[in-house]
Design a protein around this ligand. Structure first.
Ligand code: 6J7
Length: 607
C-alpha cells in the first residue's frame, strides 16, 4: 500500500498527464482549425478556378470534345474572351482617372493584387496604374455588392469591413481587408460567379472594366508605339555619342531591329494570287452565288459540336459535286457572344485561296441557322488518325507540319493570325494533304500590330496570351511547336488536369519538359526554337520569317516545291471511294435536337 505522499505524487503525475493531454488537445484543435481554414481556402480557390473554367469546359464534356480521359481521347474545346476596352487606336491617348489616396491605402491595394492568383502576374507598372485609378465605394451592413449571374463591371479591393461569399446559396467564405474580389467576371468575360454580401459596413476601392482592360492592354501598346516612333525618325543622328574610354557595344542593324519588333510595312505581303487564279475564283463565286439551300441534299454527318453540325451535302443537279455544310445555331452564337468571331471567320475563309486552307464557297442563313458551304475533305480529321495510331513517325509529322507552315505563310502574309492550331482543326483531302479548317478565332490584325483576345485551346496557348501581354503571329509559331510535339508523341507537352494548371505548366517553359526519346534531335531542336517564351525569339518571327523554319535542319531535303504543287506523295493516303464516301469519319447520331426557336425577333446576325 502506498503512503499518502505516494498517492499525492501519483495524483500530481495524473494531473500533469491530464494537463499535457489538454495542451495536446488544444494544439491539435488549433491545427484542425488551421487545416479547416486551409481546406476552406483551397476549396475557394478551386471554386474560383472552376467558375471560370466551367463555362468553356462544360460544353466540351457535353459534346465529348479535350484531353485524355482515362484511355478515351476526346476533342478539345477552345476558349475565348474578348476585351471591351476603348478602341485600340485610341488607347494610348486615353487619360485614366486618378484618385488620390493615402500611402497605406496604396500599399493595401498593391498587396491585395499581388496576393490574388489571377492578378499577381501583372507588371508592377500596371499594378501602379490600377492603384491610381481605383475610387472609393462604401456599402452598409447586409448589402449585396455582387450578385451571382449578373454581368459584372467592377473589380474591388476591400479596405475595411467583412463580406460573405456564397454560390447557389451555399457559403464559400468570409473575407476581410486586403483582398481582391470581382476580378473573375472581368478577366474571363463571364457573368458573376458568386454572390458577395456585406456582414458589416465596408469600405472598398473599385475600378471599372474599361479602365482595367485599358491598363492591361496599353502597357504593351505604348512600348510598341515608342519603338515605331523611334524607327520612323530621320536617318540623321540627332546627337554625338563619344566613347569616354574603351567600350564594347552589342549592335543590331535597322532591318533586324524592325523585324524583331514586328516590322513597319506590309513587306511580306507578296501577291499570291495571279490574274489567272483571280478569274477562276470570280467564275466560281458567280456559280455559287446562284445556288439556294434547297439545291442540296444531305448525305451524312461529318461532325457534331456545341455550335451545330457539319453535314456532307450534294448538289441535286450534279450529284458528284459534294460539299461540307457547316450549320451553326444562331442562338448558340448569340449566347456565347461569338457574333464577331463568326463574321471574321466568314470574311477570312472566303478570301483565303490556299491549297492548305479549306475553301469557303458561300454562306446562307435562315431564321434559326447560319450555313457555311465549304470544300469537302473526305480523308478525315488528322485528330482521328492520330487517335487511332497513337503517334506519328518523324517523316509523317514533317509532312503535316509542312502543310501547316504553308497555310501560316499564306495567312501571315495577309496579316492574319490563326490562333487555334491543333490536330482537331486539320483535315485531310482525298489525296492525304492536310488543310486548316475552323477559322473561328482567326483575326486580321495587320503588320506590326498586336491583339488581346484571350483565345485558343489551353494546351496550345502561348505564354504571352496567358499573361495578357498582347500577341501576334508569333503565337501561331508557338502552337506549331506544340503540334509537332503532339503529332510525334500523341500528347501535347504542356497538359494539366484543368486549364488553369495547364497555363501554369506553360508558364514554366519548354525547358522544363523532358522530351521522350522518340522525338529525334532535330525535331526537338525545332520545337524548342518555336516554343521560346519570348515571342521575338521564336523561329518564324525572326528576320527571315517563315524561311527559317523551312530551312531548319529537320526539314533538310524536304521537297517544298512538290508540296506546293501537290506532286509530293503524302505519308498516309486515305481511302476515298467516291465524293460521297464518309467512311473516314466517325459516326454521329442523327440530329435529334429540337430545332432552336425562331430567332429573328429583335436581333439578327450580320452574316
Ligand atoms: Br472572394 C471569392 N471566393 C470565391 C470562390 O470561392 N468562388 C468564386 N466563384 N468566387 C469567389 N470569390 C469572389 C471572386 O472574386 O467572388 C466574386 C464574384 O464575382 C468572384 O469574382 P466574380 O465572379 O467577378
Amino acid at each position: 500500500m502506498g503512503t499518502l505522499r505516494d498517492l499525492q505524487y501519483a495524483l500530481q503525475e495524473k494531473i500533469e498527464e491530464l494537463r499535457q493531454r489538454d495542451a495536446l488537445i488544444d494544439e491539435l484543435e488549433l491545427e484542425l482549425d488551421q487545416k479547416d481554414e486551409l481546406i476552406q481556402k483551397l476549396q475557394n480557390e478551386l471554386d474560383k478556378y472552376r467558375s471560370v473554367i466551367r463555362p468553356a469546359t462544360q460544353q466540351a464534356q457535353q459534346q465529348s470534345a479535350g484531353t485524355l480521359q482515362g484511355e478515351q481521347r476526346t476533342k478539345r474545346q477552345a476558349i475565348s474572351a474578348e476585351p471591351t476596352a476603348f478602341d485600340i487606336q485610341d488607347l494610348s491617348h486615353v487619360t485614366l482617372p486618378f484618385y488620390p489616396k493615402s500611402p497605406q491605402s496604396k500599399e493595401l491595394i498593391k498587396e491585395a493584387i499581388l496576393d490574388n492568383d489571377f492578378m499577381k502576374n501583372l507588371e508592377l507598372s500596371q499594378i501602379q496604374e490600377i492603384v491610381d485609378c481605383m475610387y472609393p465605394v462604401e456599402y452598409g451592413k447586409d448589402s449585396c455588392i455582387i450578385k451571382e449571374g449578373d454581368v459584372g463591371s467592377l473589380v474591388y479591393v476591400m479596405e475595411d469591413g467583412k463580406v460573405e461569399v456564397t454560390k447557389e446559396g451555399v457559403k464559400l467564405c468570409t473575407m476581410g481587408p486586403g483582398k481582391v474580389f470581382g476580378e473573375l467576371a472581368i478577366l474571363y468575360n463571364c457573368t458573376r460567379t458568386a454572390t458577395v454580401k456585406t456582414l458589416v459596413n465596408v469600405k472598398l476601392w473599385a475600378i471599372d472594366r474599361q479602365c482595367f482592360q485599358t491598363i492591361m492592354m496599353r502597357t504593351g501598346l505604348i512600348k510598341h508605339t515608342e519603338y515605331m516612333e523611334f524607327l520612323k525618325r530621320e536617318d540623321v543622328r540627332t546627337a554625338n555619342v563619344i566613347a569616354a574610354e574603351a567600350v564594347t557595344c552589342l549592335v543590331i542593324d535597322r532591318d533586324s531591329f524592325k523585324h524583331l519588333i514586328g516590322g513597319l510595312d506590309d513587306v511580306s505581303n507578296k501577291a499570291y494570287e495571279d490574274a489567272e487564279a483571280k478569274a477562276k475564283y470570280e467564275a466560281e463565286a458567280a456559280f455559287f452565288a446562284n445556288l439556294k439551300l434547297s439545291d442540296f441534299n444531305i448525305i451524312d454527318t461529318l461532325g457534331v459540336g456545341g455550335f451545330g453540325r457539319v453535314e456532307l451535302v450534294q448538289l441535286k443537279s450534279e450529284e458528284s459535286k459534294t460539299f461540307a455544310m457547316k450549320i451553326l445555331k444562331k442562338r448558340h452564337i448569340v449566347d456565347t457572344r461569338q457574333q464577331e468571331h463568326i463574321r471574321s471567320e466568314k470574311q477570312i475563309m472566303q478570301s483565303a485561296h490556299s491549297d492548305f486552307i479549306v475553301r469557303l464557297y458561300r454562306t446562307f442563313k435562315d431564321s434559326k441557322y447560319l450555313y457555311m458551304l465549304m470544300e469537302a475533305c473526305l480523308g478525315g480529321e488528322l485528330w482521328t488518325i492520330l487517335r487511332d495510331r497513337g503517334s506519328f513517325e518523324d517523316s509523317t509529322t514533317r509532312f503535316y507540319t509542312a502543310c501547316v507552315v504553308e497555310a501560316f505563310a499564306y495567312l501571315h502574309s495577309k496579316g492574319i493570325i490563326y490562333r487555334d492550331l491543333k490536330p482537331e482543326n486539320l483535315i485531310l483531302d482525298h489525296r492525304g494533304y492536310a488543310k486548316l479548317v475552323d477559322f473561328g478565332f482567326a483575326k486580321k490584325i495587320g503588320f506590326g500590330k498586336k491583339t488581346w483576345t484571350f483565345c485558343g485551346t489551353p494546351e496550345y496557348v502561348a505564354p504571352e496570351i496567358i499573361l495578357n501581354k498582347g500577341h501576334d503571329i508569333s503565337a501561331d509559331y508557338w502552337s506549331l511547336g506544340i503540334l509537332m510535339y503532339e503529332l510525334l508523341t500523341g500528347s501535347p507537352p504542356f497538359s494539366g488536369p484543368d486549364p488553369m494548371k495547364t497555363y501554369n505548366i506553360i508558364l514554366r517553359g519548354i525547358d522544363m519538359i523532358e522530351f521522350p526519346k522518340k522525338i529525334a534531335k532535330n525535331a526537338a531542336n525545332l520545337i524548342k526554337k518555336l516554343c521560346r517564351d519570348n515571342p521575338s525569339e521564336r523561329l518564324g518571327n525572326l528576320k527571315n520569317g517563315v524561311k527559317d523554319i523551312q530551312k531548319h535542319k529537320w526539314f533538310e531535303g524536304f521537297n517544298w516545291e512538290g508540296l506546293r504543287k501537290g506532286t509530293l506523295t503524302p505519308p498516309i493516303i486515305p481511302s476515298v471511294a467516291s465524293p460521297t464516301d464518309t467512311s473516314n469519319f466517325d459516326s454521329f447520331p442523327e440530329d435529334s435536337d429540337e430545332p432552336p426557336p425562331d430567332d429573328n425577333s429583335g436581333w439578327d446576325i450580320d452574316f
